[in-house]
Design a binder for this molecule. Structure first.
Ligand SMILES: [Zn+2]
Length: 188
C-alpha cells in the first residue's frame, strides 16, 4: 500500500518515501487512515491479510476498534525469525528496476548473477534493503512492535506462533493454515 502511494507521487507518497528511505516508520495516523480506507474495498468483504501492520500500540488499538465496529474477529500470525537471519535474507535481496521482480541471493537467485531473468535489466538493491536500514528497522521493531505481542494477549486476540525460518515458503504457509484451522478459523 505504501509503495502504491509512492508510485502515484502524490504528497502522501513523497512523505512516505522520505521516511522509508531513512528506515523510519510512517506516522500512525497516516497508516491507520490508509488501512481504514483499504479494508472498506469490496475485495476485503470476505476477509483480508494485513502484512506488516499494525506495528505500534496505537495502530493496534485503532485496528481493534475498526475490527470491533465491523464485527471482524481477527487472528494474529506471529512469524518468529532470528534477526541475523533476517539481515542476511533481506540484504541479499535484489530488485529489477524495470519489471519489479524480486530476487534473493539465498532463496531465488536470478539465472545469471545480477541480471533479471525476464528482461535482462541490471538488478539493484532497494534503498530500504540496505543493511544499515534493515538494522534500524529491527531496532524499531524491538521498541515499538514487540510490545504488541503482550497487547494482543491482554485484549484476547487469537494468536498463532510460527517458526518463520528454516522451511520453504510453501511449508510455512501450510503450517500457518493448519494452526489457524486448529484455533477454529476458516482458511480459504
Ligand atoms: Zn525485470
Amino acid at each position: 500500500m505504501l509503495r502504491h502511494h509512492i508510485e502515484l507521487q502524490n504528497s502522501i507518497g513523497r512523505d512516505i518515501e522520505g521516511r522509508m528511505r531513512a528506515g523510519r516508520l510512517v506516522s500512525d495516523d497516516l497508516v491507520n487512515r490508509l488501512v481504514e480506507e483499504r479494508i472498506q474495498q469490496p475485495d476485503c468483504r470476505d476477509g483480508f491479510i494485513l502484512d506488516g501492520y499494525p506495528r505500534t500500540l496505537n495502530q493496534a488499538a485503532v485496528l481493534r476498534d475498526l475490527a470491533v465496529a465491523r464485527g471482524i474477529d481477527p487472528s494474529v500470525v506471529y512469524l518468529v525469525v532470528d534477526h541475523d537471519k533476517l539481515v542476511a535474507r533481506l540484504s541479499g535481496r535484489r530488485q529489477c528496476p524495470v519489471c519489479g521482480t524480486l530476487y534473493s541471493r539465498l532463496t531465488n537467485p536470478p539465472k545469471a548473477p545480477g541480471v533479471c531473468d525476464l528482461d535482462g535489466a541490471t538488478l539493484v538493491t532497494r534503498e530500504d534493503d540496505r543493511e544499515s536500514v534493515i538494522r534500524e528497522r529491527l531496532e524499531q521493531y524491538e521498541l515499538q512492535t514487540r510490545p504488541l505481542l503482550e497487547y494482543f494477549q491482554r485484549v484476547g486476540v487469537a494468536m498463532v506462533e510460527i517458526q518463520g525460518a528454516g522451511a520453504a515458503p510453501g511449508a510455512i504457509t501450510e503450517s500457518i493454515c493448519e494452526k489457524l484451522a486448529l484455533s477454529g478459523r476458516t482458511v480459504k
